[in-house]
Design a protein around this ligand. Structure first.
Ligand SMILES: *[C@@H]1O[C@H](CO)[C@@H](O)[C@H](O)[C@H]1NC(C)=O
Ligand SMILES: *[C@@H]1O[C@H](CO)[C@@H](O)[C@H](O)[C@H]1NC(C)=O
Length: 271
């Protein structure tokens, strides 16, 4: 029950309404943590945490919904042709995850689909698929990698810095930011207690098994208990397409209070 100890030494957080948030793979972690905390509140663990709800962006949620949405999403984004989409849908019978090995037509069409999309930046299909190889990191930081099934950045012997404007450029900046003395003092990190900060390492740094294929039951449980949730999606994400997120939310049969509508920020359509 590590998090109770954490809240005990950070009592300022228990005074505020608490929302837990995250994106991408946090779609698996956040609902589980929220339910743990909700259970603790029910059992009157001290300190009492004022949990209000949780937020998730393009969250990994359910293998079936998430994976199956990639083909229709690729079609909607005009990444594959009408013909290929119809053919794939028909031969795979709309299920692109559990494909029978004997269904060679489906497998062949899926192969053609992946040929069309394999060189794209899956997190945002309009962004350049930048490579980030960093040998001599700031302050001699050792290797790191991206989380999830994203392109692994190999920190080999040759430095290849991301270009400005590439999403990965921020990852480079994060090393400077998190290891800067002024930042560390602003975050109240006591000198000498934390060593060089590195980005989370997928290659052996976080050994864990993926044993939660779906978080839908957690969403149902938390909603039933009155916790609020905000689930939002960027609509150019091919890794966790909004279509899959929309589909699993619909499968929970909640009533709709407000219809689909455009919203704007300074006359620019934002969603
Ligand atoms: C959901 O809630 C029920 C009871 O309210 C509980 O039995 C079940 O274990 C919960 N599901 C998960 C995945 O924790
Ligand atoms: C939602 O409604 C459908 C159709 O009525 C039903 O089959 C399904 O079990 C419902 N799902 C939930 C989570 O209640």
């Amino acid at each position: 029950m590590i998090y109770w100890q954490w809240f005990n030494i950070h009592p300022q957080f228990t005074k505020n309404p608490v929302y837990i948030g995250g994106d991408s793979y946090a779609g698996i972690v956040v609902p589980i943590i929220a339910q743990e905390i909700a259970n603790g509140i029910m059992m009157q663990h001290k300190p009492i945490i004022n949990l209000e709800g949780y937020l998730l962006g393009n969250p990994v949620s359910d293998q079936k919904f998430d994976q199956n949405s990639k083909i229709p999403f690729s079609h909607r984004m005009a990444l594959i042709s009408d013909e290929l989409y119809k053919l794939t849908k028909r031969t795979c019978k709309g299920d692109y995850v559990k494909v029978e090995p004997r269904n060679v037509k489906c497998l062949k069409n899926l192969q053609t689909v992946s040929e069309c999309t394999k060189d794209l930046k899956v997190e945002h299909v309009l962004e350049p698929n930048c490579i980030f190889v960093l040998a001599n990191k700031p302050n001699g930081i050792k290797g790191s990698g991206r989380s999830l099934e994203e392109n692994i950045e190999n920190f080999g012997s040759e430095s290849q810095l991301p270009e400005f404007g590439c999403r990965n450029y921020n990852y480079l900046l994060s090393y400077y930011w998190a290891n800067d003395d002024n930042v560390r003092s602003a975050l109240h990190i006591k000198k000498g207690t934390t060593q060089t900060w590195i980005r989370c390492n997928n290659q052996g740094g976080l050994p864990y098994q993926k044993n939660v294929p779906s978080t839908l039951i957690y969403h149902q449980n938390l909603s039933k208990r009155g916790y609020r949730s905000l689930i939002y999606s960027g609509d150019h994400d091919l890794l966790i397409p909004y279509l899959g997120t929309e589909a699993w939310i619909k499968s929970l049969n909640y009533s709709i209070n407000d219809d689909w509508r455009p919203w704007f920020v300074q006359q620019q359509v934002a969603g």
